[in-house]
Structures are given as C-alpha cells and as structure tokens.
Design a protein around this ligand. Structure first.
Ligand code: SF4
Length: 304
C-alpha cells in the first residue's frame, strides 16, 4: 500500500514540478519521498536555489515560515496545517520585550526554532550548531538567549559572555535524563553516546559528544566507532541507518521512544493530498515581519 502511494507521489511531483523536502525527524516513509532531507536551516537555504516554485515542506510551522522568509517568491506548503512546535509556541513576545527592557545592554539571540514574530524582535538567529559562534561574535557582553534553556546552558558553559536564558525547552529532548545515559552505558558499553544540546545540562555532561542534528549526521563517517546511541528525536535513527547501513544505532530512550508528536503528524497521504492541493496550508508571512526576521537570519548567515 505504502509503495503504491509513494509511486503516486513521485509521479505527481514530477508532473506538477513540486519539490518535497523533509526534516530529519519526519517518519521514514516521508523521508523516502523527499528530494532533500536535513535540518530546518539547511532545507530553508536549499529552497532559494532550486528551480521549482512549489515546495512541500514536511516539517513544522516555524520551518516552513523560515523558508518563506528566505524565499518569499516560492510557494511553501505545510502539508499538515496544525504541525506546530511546542518550544516555538512557548515564547511570549511580551515577556521577551520585558527581558529586553530590563537588560538594555544585551543583544537578543533567537534560535531558528522560533516564530517569524520572535525572529523579528531579535538581533540575530542561531542554530544548535552555530549558537556558540553567534554568541561569541556579538559586540556586547550580555546576551538574551531564547527560547531553549538547555541550549543556553551549553552556550553558557562555553562562553565568557553573560547569558540570560528564556525559560523554554523542547519537551522531546528535555525528557532525557541521566538514567537513560547510565542504562545506555551499561547496555552498550562499546557505543558512543551522542546527545543534542536541547537535552538537559546533566545529560549533556554525561554523554560523549554534544552535537546538533547536522553534527550527528556527519559524526559516524569520521568515527572509528561502530555503535552509537542517539540522543535526539527518533526520526534521526531512520536517517542514520540509511546513511550508514554498516554501523549500528540505538535510541537513547527505548521505552517510550523520544517522539515529537508534531513531527510525526505528516503522513504519506498528507503529502499526496498537498500535491493534489486538497489539503495543507500555504505559508504567508507579513512583509514587515518578514523583512525584520530576514535581517536576523542574514546576520547569522554572515558569520557562519
Ligand atoms: S522536536 Fe522539539 S524543537 Fe523540534 S519541532 Fe518537536 S517540539 Fe519543536
């Protein structure tokens, strides 16, 4: 059944000249029909250079918005309209404005996992792989960092600047705990434990490598290790197993697995319906907000 739908999607996207891109955390079936798979910023950057005007972004809303901010001339379609991000939605704009008022000397760094409105009131964006570089590049000593308190703790440990964190988190990564790491060490003593910096600080400190999803994709290739425990959303395991069939990957948390409900909302059928223009939502960002948010993203791209 899935094969039949996959073939129909592949046929239709060629006929209609659509591009399908999928985040690393999407279900395996959706990854299989994507033209590109990657993290949110990688995917958003690709869109500008492709010839297709119509893009189906299998991911969550802030990612599709980021793509629209960078490439306003493209039609960006989010196949499941209510696929949001709990961490992005945690940010209260009024609270950020208050933090900025209270800390007038600070600059504001917004993780790309934020809405267009939040990017628009920030000075610069960052990703989990360049957060430290972005913070260290700033010409101020105080930095408001939002929304992820765990990524903020990683940056704080590695910079001399004063980090003022927002109290947000990704519920998928924040659920990892030190017992998960201890269990994995006992069960897989010859495996490297890779953890995402959105995991709590004590889990980061007990793991072997702290890596963004992009970093996790590259790491097994250069490592002599054969086995890896993966501390991020479960979809990464599908991607890694496909990229490195000769290596072995285990989830850091086995029961229950670390799943992002919103990332798992998009099915093959949703992609098919979006291609037929029967469902999904085309993303629009108000021009005034888009231009300000673009400035924050461009400031980041200039230095990384
Ligand atoms: S994994 Fe976390 S940061 Fe990513 S979309 Fe889900 S809630 Fe948001």
């Amino acid at each position: 059944m899935n094969e039949k739908v996959k073939n129909e999607i592949i046929k239709l996207k060629k006929e209609k000249n659509f591009l399908i891109i999928a985040h690393n955390y999407q279900i395996g079936d959706v990854q299989d029909v994507a033209d590109f798979i990657g993290d949110s910023l990688e995917l958003s950057k690709i869109i500008k250079d492709v010839e297709q005007k119509n893009i189906i972004f299998a991911g969550v809303r802030f990612m599709a918005e980021t793509a629209k901010i960078l490439a306003p001339e493209k039609n960006i379609i989010l196949p499941v309209a209510d696929a949001g991000c709990e961490m992005a939605d945690m940010v209260d704009i009024q609270k950020v404005l208050k933090m900025q008022k209270k800390n007038p000397k600070a600059k504001t760094v917004a993780y790309v996992n934020t809405t267009a409105e939040v990017k628009a009131i920030s000075d610069i964006c960052c990703t989990s792989s360049n957060a430290l570089l972005v913070v260290n590049s700033l010409d101020v000593e105080e930095v408001i960092f939002l929304p992820d308190k765990n990524l903020a703790s990683y940056v704080k440990r590695n910079t001399d600047k004063k980090i003022i964190p927002y109290d947000g988190y990704c519920y998928v990564h924040n659920q990892f705990n030190i017992l998960d790491v201890k269990r994995a060490r006992e069960k897989y003593p010859d495996a490297k434990i890779l953890i995402h910096p959105e995991a709590p600080e004590d889990v980061q400190l007990l793991s072997d490598e702290i890596l963004s999803t992009g970093g996790m994709i590259k790491y097994p290739q250069k490592s002599d290790f054969f086995k890896f425990v993966i501390g991020t959303e479960d979809g990464m395991l599908y991607r890694l197993k496909k990229l490195y069939p000769e290596k072995i990957f285990y989830p850091l948390r086995e029961n229950p697995r670390a799943l992002c409900v919103n990332m798992k909302k998009t099915t093959l059928n949703d992609i098919l319906l979006a291609l037929r223009k029967e469902s999904g939502e085309e993303i629009f960002v108000e021009e005034n907000i888009r231009l300000k948010a673009l400035k924050s993203i461009e400031n980041m791209l200039e230095i990384s």
